[in-house]
Structure formats: structure tokens, C-alpha cells
Write a protein that binds this ligand. Sequence first.
Ligand SMILES: Nc1ncnc2c1ncn2[C@@H]1O[C@H](COP(=O)(O)OP(=O)(O)O)[C@@H](O)[C@H]1O
Ligand SMILES: [Mg+2]
Length: 272
Amino acid sequence: MDGKVYVVGNFKGGVGKTKAVTMLAYEAATQFKDRTLVIDLDPQGNATRVLAKTGNIDNIDKSITDGFRVGNLENEVISIMPKLDLIPANTSFRNLTKVLFEKFPEDEISQISYLKELIKPLKGKYDRIYIDVPPTISDYSDNAMMAADYCIIVLQTQELSLDGAQTYIAYMQFLSEKYNAHLQVLGIIPMMLRQGGRVDTKVLDQAKEMYGNNVLGTIVNYQERLKVYDVEGIHVNRNISGTIEMWDGKAHQLFIDVLTELDEHERYLESI
Ligand SMILES: Nc1ncnc2c1ncn2[C@@H]1O[C@H](COP(=O)(O)OP(=O)(O)O)[C@@H](O)[C@H]1O
Ligand SMILES: [Mg+2]
């Protein structure tokens, strides 16, 4: 069976999109033993840097930019660890619009459906494909939304409004209607990124009122260890006795819980 394609979205930067993509992919591969691919669609390459460190990879000679130019992503896949692969991005990908325009002049639907075409031969090789996008309404987000089966929304609970998440969902519905995109909201992950901050229950209640059970019960709170993974790569250290170091255990358990809940949502959506 073909793997499912997930995009993690919010039209705001710094809300934890890349964190969610890299951690969910890591848990999917290591805990659930699913064949997992991360596609970095952000020219900033944050997911690429974190995962390269995770796999102790110093030199990356592939990129999604080449794949888009040539029209084949299969040669741009690098292996991070068993069951976890990556299609890396770097700043050369900033010219996506130009590439798309040259390939498909005046054909908007082909421009935004290009990733969907390029992903097709990869879907049989993976159980899950996660796409990391920049926080803009752009050719990047359009291509990701057209290619995805599901979108996972990151909601920053300490914002006074649901802004970026709301705009993202509205835009997703617009794309679905206009271009017949098929993606559904899989779940909304509440993220609380400020250290020591309380969950803004008002925002969370508001989100639950609007989106009901789509809002996950698991709240991703601020954990210093999750930040450390940006610098050191994602890891699980063990004490001398062989038990998992406490803060690694907490960080990973959080995303195992998120992934478990998202899978429950998926089973429900596939059953109706
Ligand atoms: N739960 C968390 N605890 C601590 N730091 C976090 C957490 N989630 C994200 N961060 C940090 O917040 C910053 C922004 O996260 P990131 O995933 O890069 O956001 P985005 O991709 O939405 O721009 C990064 O430095 C990241 O390490
Ligand atoms: Mg990011």
C-alpha cells in the first residue's frame, strides 16, 4: 500500500513546525518501525540541518532543487538512519517559483501540482512521508498541500489569537475547492514554546470550540531538551545502568503520544 503524505502547517514562523516534523519522523522510524521520509521544502533547510546532525552526516551533495530541475526526486534521497530518509533542501531552493514558471509557463495548476507528481514513485517505498514547509502562502505551501493526504496543524497556545493556524486551515479549504486538493486536517497540536509559561487555556478552549476533537489532548510544552536537538541532532542517551536519560525520555514520549493520537485520528477518518 502507498504511504501517506503529511504536511505540517501554520502560516507563522517559529511555532514548532520543523520540530514537529523532525520529531514525528524520528518516532515513526525508531519506535513504530515505519519506513519514513522527510521532504524539506524550506530553503532555510532547518529540518535538513537537524536530521543531518541526527545521522552524523557532514556533507550533503543532494538537494530537492536538483530533483525539481531534473524532474525526479528518487536520486535526491539520503539515508539518515535505519527507516529514516531525507530529501534535503538548501538556499538554492529559493528560486522555486522561477523553476516552476519555466517548466510550466502559464499553467498554474501544473505549477502547484509538481511535487504531487514527483512524489508518486516514492509513495510505494514509504509508510509515511512528512513535508516541512516555510511559513508563507507560496509555491512551497501550495505544492505541499496539493501533494499531501493530511495536514497536521501546529497551534501556538500562547498567542492571543489562532491567527496562523486559522489562516492555514482557511487557505487549505480554499485550495481544496479551487483545485480539488484532497487533504484533510488530521489534527491540531497545541504547542507551548515559552519557558515556564502557562498554557493559554483561553486560546486552547477557543480552538476546541472551533475545531472540536481535531485538537489533540497531548500538549507539547517547552522542553529545553527539544531545543538541544537543534544543535546536537535528535538522540536518546542512556545512563550507565542502561536506562534512558530522563529528559530524552520525556521529550520522546511527548512525540510518541502525539503520533499515537494522530494515528487514532487517521484510523477514524479512514473508517468514515
Ligand atoms: N516544545 C519545544 N520546547 C522547546 N523549544 C522548542 C519546542 N518546539 C520548538 N522549539 C524551538 O523553537 C524554535 C522554533 O521552532 P521551529 O520548529 O523551528 O519552528 P518553525 O518551523 O515553525 O519555524 C526552535 O529553536 C525550536 O528548537
Ligand atoms: Mg521551520
